[in-house]
Design a protein around this ligand. Structure first.
Ligand code: SF4
Ligand code: SF4
Length: 369
């Protein structure tokens, strides 16, 4: 087995789940809601694709993505699914791995067969004229047939307030808005007018606000990508704003997607990501506030605004450095996206509990300026 850059080793023989093979190889005209793409990690967890995870990073959330032959209409600079990236939509990678397409009914069947492992399912919308209606259909299907709660990763650009109401009515447990960028300027540059894309900062923030009014405090998430060009201070104040709205931030360390517009943009230094992870933990669990944190001239965090012994405790337990996302049976994210934002040799978001050597590494990285 070779885990390469993704932390995933795919067996090249013995397709135990041979009846799914046709879907893997022949998905040219297969659209949602009858078909869905599924993350490679989720497909492996469900036994639809044979393989192993590095350090046995067990997955508890099935992430599915709407699929259409004509793809996503948006053009986000860092995303593998951006419209202007060369190639057929169905062959494009997303978060650097393939997302094979399967029949929705097979995904439901295999998810039910893994009840003991799967604690959540998440529907990722894309920017497409059919995405809203198809998400309603899928959500009703999952609410009726599955044992676990459903999250929706919203595409605010194609949604009205009444659609958020319907997501609640049809049984969604949580919704998330992928703001991704920490500042309105970066958002416009990478998702809006800078890439001739349809997304607007105000619309995304309005959807975040409205979603909290419908789903309630701590039932709404906000994806944020660290390292798109923002300072630590800008990210800290964005996370505080998200928290003030009643939501929580789900962090990703920017990691280049080959063939995307940002494929030569470097990943941020480890120290930056570690400090932002600690700040997020403090802010999202109401242990402190951005206003009390201190920053140097480059906007790097030099004081977390809480007693040193509390920061030391956060580092020692390691929870702040684990993947953040919609929870499972405990507060820990069910959605652990194994090696979604780094190579397994240099883990940014840990998809499992940290061991002593991981803790000593993050402690060292935290102090790298
Ligand atoms: S809307 Fe989502 S899927 Fe489409 S290009 Fe932007 S980030 Fe990618
Ligand atoms: S954190 Fe995971 S489960 Fe929650 S919306 Fe994001 S991708 Fe979906």
């Amino acid at each position: 087995m070779n885990y390469q850059e993704t932390g995933i080793a795919i067996a090249d023989t013995d397709l135990e789940t041979i009846h799914f093979e046709e879907n893997l190889n022949n998905h040219a005209a297969e659209n949602s809601p009858e078909y869905l793409k599924i993350s490679l990690a989720a497909a492996m967890t469900l036994g639809m694709v044979p393989g192993l995870f590095y350090r046995n990073a067990c997955l508890h959330c099935v992430n599915v993505l709407l699929t259409y032959d004509d793809g996503c209409r948006a053009n986000c600079a860092y995303c593998g699914l951006q419209k202007s990236r060369e190639g057929n939509y169905n062959d494009k990678s997303f978060i650097r791995v393939d997302w094979p397409a399967f029949k929705t009914e097979d995904i439901v069947k295999t998810t039910l067969a893994k009840k003991d492992v799967v604690q959540r399912i998440c529907i990722s919308m894309i920017t497409h004229e059919n995405a809203k209606e198809d998400t309603f259909t899928l959500l009703q299907n999952f609410t009726k047939n599955l044992h676990c709660p459903t999250s929706i990763l919203l595409t605010p650009t194609i949604l009205k307030h009444s659609d958020i109401d319907k997501f609640k009515e049809y049984g969604a447990d949580m919704v998330t808005v992928a703001l991704d960028c920490a500042t309105p300027e970066l958002f416009d540059e990478y998702r809006g007018s800078g890439v001739k894309g349809p997304h607007r900062w105000d619309k995304y923030n309005d959807t975040l606000d409205y979603s909290v009014s419908v789903f309630g405090k701590n039932k709404v998430g906000c994806h944020l990508v660290v390292g798109l060009g923002e300072t630590e201070k800008e990210m800290v104040f964005r996370m505080q704003d998200v928290r003030n709205k009643g939501a929580r931030s789900h962090l990703f360390s920017f990691y280049q997607e080959k063939g995307s517009k940002l494929d030569s943009h470097p990943q941020c230094p480890a120290g930056q990501f570690r400090r932002v992870q600690v700040a997020r933990h403090i802010i999202d669990y109401d242990m402190g506030n951005a206003e009390d944190m201190k920053f140097d001239a480059q906007g790097k965090i030099v004081d977390f605004g809480i007693p040193f012994k509390d920061v030391a405790m956060i580092v020692e337990t390691g929870t702040a450095f684990r993947t953040t996302g919609c929870p499972g049976k405990s507060e820990i994210s069910a959605c652990n996206r194994p090696f979604g934002d780094s190579s397994p040799r240099n883990i940014r978001s840990f998809p499992f509990e940290l061991n002593a050597s991981d803790i000593s590494r993050v402690r060292k990285e935290l102090l790298e300026y």
